[in-house]
Write a protein that binds this ligand. Structure first.
Ligand code: ARG
Length: 283
């Protein structure tokens, strides 16, 4: 009887040790596939069951903003949730100022950022981007009664507002003799224009158009053509082990119609064809 119990215990011990080894082996296996050119299936199992912390700056409707119940909603939010689902990851959001996102990714305090962030060669030196998930561009906004500003040229020497750390702010600073005022959010920059304190705002076109259409900001209009063509990407720490899984999941939701469904929900239109990589000319 006693002998039998010992045997059973010993068996259990060996079994658990063997199980532990198997778990460690499979963990090694996963980390191995992260760095190499892994197959679709492997890259998904690398993240399966993981929770990823995703930074967002939710004052940028229709991409990320606070809903009526103070919950974070928007195109980007639906998109990253669908990506997480396809990759088997749980998504947890963290609000951050837009100009704090790249530092947070560099410090690895977040696993990703989804915030209508434009893929630029400059940013790609310090962080990694997923494949493009949205085509956008910058637009110039002025007050409705303005008749003198119609394009970039006519912004020379003017007062321009933009959100800090954005491609819009960078563009504004490249205009000769312009006085650029940077704000923590795009709505604050647009409000400054509505209040008559600056001559124009340079901001992502879909967001400025949405602010005007929703009536959130009154008395403004968009003038001229889009001044840039930009593509948004999911931002990740440089060489993140999640990059493959996120790209695979994005490709999956684009091909299975989930992406089109999310696009239609927020933009009431069919999505345009997206390139697999952002064109090099992107500002
Ligand atoms: N697309 C612009 C950029 O990447 C602006 C993004 C601002 N996003 C936000 N959630 N406030 O610089």
């Amino acid at each position: 009887m006693f002998q039998q119990k010992v045997t059973r215990l010993r068996f259990l011990k060996y079994f658990l040790t063997a199980l532990g080894t198997a778990v460690i082996l499979s963990a090694c296996d996963n980390s191995g596939t992260n760095t190499g050119s892994s197959s679709k299936d492997n890259s998904q199992t690398a993240t399966a069951g993981k929770t990823i912390k995703v930074a967002t700056e939710p004052t940028f409707p229709p991409f990320e903003f606070k809903g009526t119940g103070n919950e974070i909603v928007g195109f980007d939010i639906d998109l990253i949730k669908a990506v997480g689902k396809a990759a088997g990851m749980t998504v947890e959001f963290q609000n951050l100022p837009f100009d704090g996102m790249i530092p947070a990714l560099q410090a690895n305090t977040v696993d990703a950022a989804v915030s209508a962030m434009t893929i630029t060669p400059e940013r790609a030196q310090t962080i990694s981007f997923s494949r493009p998930y949205f085509k956008a561009g910058l637009a110039i906004a002025v007050r409705q009664d303005n008749t003198t500003i119609a394009n970039l040229d006519s912004l020379k020497g003017k007062k321009i507002a933009a959100q800090i750390g954005t491609t819009g702010a960078k563009k504004a600073k490249s205009i000769s003799d312009a006085q650029v005022r940077e704000f923590d959010s795009a709505p604050l920059a647009l409000q400054e224009l509505a209040n008559g304190n600056v001559d124009a705002v340079i901001n992502d076109a879909p967001v400025t158009l949405e602010a005007i259409k929703s009536g959130n900001i009154k008395g403004l209009k968009v003038v001229g053509q889009l001044i840039t063509e930009e593509y948004y990407g999911i931002a990740l720490p440089k060489n993140s082990p999640n990059l493959n899984a996120i790209n695979t999941a994005l490709a999956k939701i684009i091909s299975d119609g989930t992406y089109a469904q999310i696009y239609k929900k927020w933009f009431n239109a069919e999505p345009p064809q997206l390139p697999e990589t952002a064109p090099a000319s992107t500002s």
